[in-house]
Structures are given as structure tokens and as C-alpha cells.
Ligand binder design. Structure first.
Ligand code: ZN
Length: 331
């Protein structure tokens, strides 16, 4: 495949971190889970974004915990931080934008602090981490569970989705994020909106687009990944594709499927296997994967072809530490 020069430059940042990590880089883990563990109350439609207002230092602390655990990429706390979401809570446009910038700043400050302290230590096990700005799907903003159904209704079209994402993408890029991370995308339409937006806005930093899957075979909408990836394969602005917030036992098979459908690097960060009940807003108890299981699975995911591996909801720094340890044991 031929890539334009500027794309090669954009790709190199993600490729570089993958290469420095020995062929498979580590993404951090669940954010809200860790905030809750430290006592933050996030039972709110804005979810962890609320913490940007109430307790920014706690966000920085969680970033540092994940760096300590071995994350090569930090994902910012902006998953449910959206301008319409902030406006609906009575904030002004400026305040909303300033909170988005803050999410990037907190991660960047944590990264810089950690790297300053560790880079001089001989044979330290760390790489300088990248900051990936989290962009949750439209369904994550609706907070009605539709990021796991893909049902946005007849009134949501391509332009509406692009306009929903546009200003947030602009602000996160201006704030100095290294990567854009579109997360929990449930259908083809939103994937297309994200890819076209990257083009329209002439985004120069690398990006990945991750889907959710509830059956381990299709996007959450029921559409085939072939259809979804056909669209993303045509975009030279999308540098990696994959799956997040999906039960871990689906991941190995999904990686194999994706390898047949795309040449782009594959990124996976599953949840712990517990099931989120979007209607009642709680985690249903189920067969839960401990970090020992993630350790086992991470090598299989790498061997199946994943280039970026981390954790989503209900995973913790222990999970990421286990993944990092086992991936560093490569020969
Ligand atoms: Zn998740």
C-alpha cells in the first residue's frame, strides 16, 4: 500500500513506541475503576469526566500508577468529556474546552514527571510514554448503553456524528495529545464519521479507532467487521484499528479476524469480562478475569498479531503490570 509522506511521519510515532517496546506496546487500564478505588464517586452521566472538575490531582495520580505499572501509552480522562455533555451541566463552551485541554495536560504532566525521574536510571524498564486522547463514541455521551448496541436511531446521520466529534477532536489535538484514540465505536456509520473527520480537519497526529463487540463476531450494531474495516482501510489517517471494552475471551478470535481484513496494526484493550448493564448502570457479576488470566492471554494476543495491548473497564494497574511483565519476557 502506498502512503503519503505526512502519513508515514504520523505513523512513525505509534510505530516507534511499538518498536521500542519490542514489537508489542502496553496501553494503560481502566480509569473509572481506579478512580473509584481511590474513593471518587462517579455515579454520574459524565462519569470519570466529572473528576476533571472535582479532583484533577486524583486523575494525575491514576496516570502515574499506570506508568509505574509499565504502560507505554496513557489514555486521557476525556472518554465522556464532551462539549454538549458539559453544556448540559451548565458549563460554558470555554469551560468545557478548558476541561478537555486539562485532560491532556494532566496526562502529559504525569508522563513528563515520571519520565524525568526514570530516564536517568540505568536499565530502567520504561519507555517514554505517549499520551492518547480518549474520544468516546456518541453512545458514551448519551450514557444510555448505546455504545454497546449501536442503535442511534433514525435521526443520527453521518454529519451529526461528525459535528458531535469535531470540536472535541480539534481541542484535544491543539492541547498537544500524541495520539487520538476513538473508543467503543459501535457501528459502521460512526467509524466512517471519525475517519472522514480526521481527513476534513487535516489531523497530523496518529489515531486508532476501536470498536466494541458484544458477540465476539460483529460490531455491537451487528454489522460485520468486514464492512467496518473496508471503510477504515481506505483512510490513511487511521493508523491502527481494534477492539476495546469487550470481554477478553472474544479477543484472540477477533484479532485473527481483523488480520484477514486489514493491514493496519491491531490494538486490543478488553474489559475484565464483567458485563456492564447500561440500563441499570452497574456491572453484573460474571466469570471475571483476574490479572493472572490477562497475563496468559496477553502473550496469545501478541502471538495472534496484536501490536498494542491494554485493559479497559474493571482492569487495574495490577492487570497492566502483569501484561507488561509477560510481554517484556520476550526473548
Ligand atoms: Zn471499557
Amino acid at each position: 500500500m502506498g502512503f503519503e509522506k505526512k502519513t508515514q511521519k504520523a505513523m512513525s510515532l505509534l510505530e516507534e513506541v511499538i518498536e521500542k517496546a519490542g514489537g508489542c506496546a502496553v496501553i494503560d487500564g481502566g480509569f473509572a475503576t481506579q478512580l473509584e478505588k481511590h474513593g471518587a464517586s462517579i455515579n454520574d452521566p459524565l462519569w470519570s469526566a466529572l473528576c476533571l472538575i472535582k479532583d484533577p490531582q486524583l486523575i494525575k495520580k491514576v496516570h502515574l500508577e499506570y506508568l509505574e505499572a509499565g504502560a507505554d501509552i496513557l489514555v486521557t480522562s476525556s472518554y465522556q468529556a464532551t462539549i454538549p455533555g458539559f453544556l448540559s451541566r451548565g458549563l460554558t463552551m470555554e469551560e468545557g474546552e478548558s476541561l478537555l485541554r486539562k485532560s491532556v495536560k494532566l496526562a502529559t504532566e504525569a508522563r513528563d514527571k515520571f519520565w524525568e525521574a526514570n530516564k536517568k536510571i540505568p536499565e530502567n524498564r520504561y519507555n517514554r510514554a505517549l499520551v492518547a486522547a480518549s474520544i468516546g463514541s456518541y453512545g458514551a455521551y448519551l450514557a444510555d448503553g448505546s455504545e454497546y448496541s449501536g442503535c442511534y436511531g433514525p435521526n443520527v446521520n453521518l454529519d451529526k456524528l461528525k459535528d458531535f466529534h469535531r470540536r472535541r477532536v480539534q481541542v484535544l489535538v491543539e492541547a498537544g495529545a500524541d495520539v487520538l484514540a476513538f473508543e467503543t465505536i459501535p457501528n459502521k456509520l460512526e467509524a466512517q464519521a471519525c475517519a472522514e473527520l480526521l481527513d476534513e480537519e487535516h489531523i497530523q497526529i496518529p489515531s486508532w479507532i476501536c470498536f466494541s463487540s458484544v458477540d465476539g463476531e460483529h460490531a455491537s450494531s451487528g454489522e460485520s467487521f468486514r464492512e467496518c474495516l473496508d471503510i477504515l482501510n481506505r483512510s490513511d489517517k487511521v493508523n491502527a484499528v481494534g477492539i476495546n471494552c469487550t470481554p477478553p475471551h472474544f479477543i484472540e478470535n477477533l484479532i485473527s479476524n481483523f488480520r484477514e481484513l486489514t493491514d493496519k496494526p491491531i490494538v486490543v484493550y478488553p474489559n475484565s469480562g464483567e458485563v456492564w448493564d447500561g440500563k441499570d448502570k452497574r456491572w453484573l457479576p460474571s466469570k471475571c478475569f483476574g490479572h493472572e488470566t490477562f497475563e496468559l492471554y496477553a502473550t496469545r494476543w501478541r502471538d495472534a498479531g496484536a501490536k498494542l495491548i491494554g485493559g479497559c473497564c474493571r482492569t487495574t494497574p495490577s492487570t497492566i503490570q502483569a501484561i507488561s511483565n509477560v510481554l517484556q519476557q520476550r526473548s
